[in-house]
Design a protein around this ligand. Structure first.
Ligand code: HEM
Length: 197
């Protein structure tokens, strides 16, 4: 699926490269993360809660990246030395859709292929290409995995704003931690020698 209102978004697009990670590999990875049917339910429960809060969540996440020069560097133009506004804006739209896609919890082949593409877009293979940006050539591997913590920690209050029971908020939060870690691991694939992944 492409969405004209979100340039560069490509979940479900037939043009995506097939992920080198198979659905069987994915199942073992989920098993290793203790990610199960309860987590799928909890992610789906979070969908309507987060839907109306996407922009507010993005404000917090972008605030974190913007407040850390070593992270903002990924968006800074090599030509001007300034953050590239259009790049930030376009990525932000896809990031918003990613929140909803993660909450949809449809971990099928299309989703795997899209994860591979997102990994390539953080890696030098495809970084900058989607938006014709002129920023750093790569998002350093270490920060991709590390950002799991701020992303999921700052999400928790938004999960709590729905009036959901405290135990449900805990369940949704735990499912989100696993789902984001799962994705940053999948995105690591281009950074790691194939035989070692
Ligand atoms: C939990 C970790 C992270 C999550 C959930 C995340 C999420 C995303 C998403 C959803 C996109 C859009 C993908 C697309 O639709 O094209 C994206 C792209 C991007 N992210 Fe991340 N990201 C993470 C880590 C990082 C870190 C640490 C940085 C460094 C500051 C970063 C910088 C970028 C950049 C520069 C792009 C645009 C890449 C391109 O040129 O296509 N990300 N990220």
């Amino acid at each position: 699926m492409t969405r004209p209102e979100i340039p560069g978004y490509a979940l479900g697009s037939p043009t995506l490269q097939r992920s080198p990670v198979s659905t069987a590999d994915l199942a073992l990875l989920q098993q290793t993360l203790l990610f199960g049917a309860d987590d799928v339910r909890a992610l789906k429960q979070s969908r309507p809660i987060l839907e109306g809060q996407v922009e507010a969540i993005l404000d917090v996440w972008y605030g974190f990246v913007g407040g850390n020069p070593h992270l903002l560097a990924a968006f800074v133009s090599k030509k001007t030395g300034e953050p590239e506004g259009q790049y930030l804006e376009r990525v932000r739209k896809r990031f918003g859709q990613w929140i909803l896609d993660t909450a949809n919890a449809q971990f099928d082949q299309n989703w795997l292929d899209w994860q591979h593409e997102i990994g390539l877009r953080h890696h030098r293979t495809k970084k900058n290409k989607t938006d014709s940006a002129t920023a750093a050539d790569i998002v350093p591997f270490r920060y991709v995995v590390a950002l799991t913590v701020p992303v999921t920690t700052t999400l928790k209050p938004f999960l709590g704003k729905s009036g959901a029971a405290a135990a449900d908020v805990e369940r949704m939060h735990a499912a989100w931690v696993k789902a984001v870690l799962l994705q940053t691991i999948l995105w690591s694939r281009p950074y790691v020698a194939s035989a070692d992944f």
